[in-house]
Design a protein around this ligand. Structure first.
Ligand code: FES
Length: 107
């Protein structure tokens, strides 16, 4: 099963197995990863699942769609080129090696 690495605000790393079809946000919630609140439950309206894709990540990610890009405009933390909403990252084989970083204002 693919593993996603979450780098927390304090630099701690959590590695969680994420089954195909499960979002990076859902896995974080079930794994009690601090800093991903997902207040809307993944319906693309809160942006509290914001993450940065770490430079060490080797995952091949699908591009964000227009709805995700629009919501990323309103994230609380700095928006960066590597910003993504973790509820929109649904695990598939090409995403093996994904490393995400929790923004410093979350958690
Ligand atoms: S969980 Fe609300 S936008 Fe991702």
């Amino acid at each position: 099963m693919p593993i996603v690495t979450y780098i927390l605000r304090d630099g701690d790393r959590r590695e969680i197995e994420v089954p195909a079809g499960t979002s990076v946000m859902e896995a974080a919630i079930h794994g009690n990863v601090r800093g991903i609140d997902a207040e809307c439950g993944g319906c693309l309206s809160c942006a509290t699942c914001h993450v940065y894709i770490d430079a060490s990540s080797t995952a091949d990610l699908p591009l964000p769609d227009d709805s995700e890009l629009e919501l990323l405009d309103g994230v609380a933390a700095e928006r960066r080129p590597e910003s993504r909403l973790s509820c929109q990252l649904v695990m598939m084989a090409a995403m093996e090696g994904l490393v995400v970083r929790i923004p410093p204002t979350q958690g």
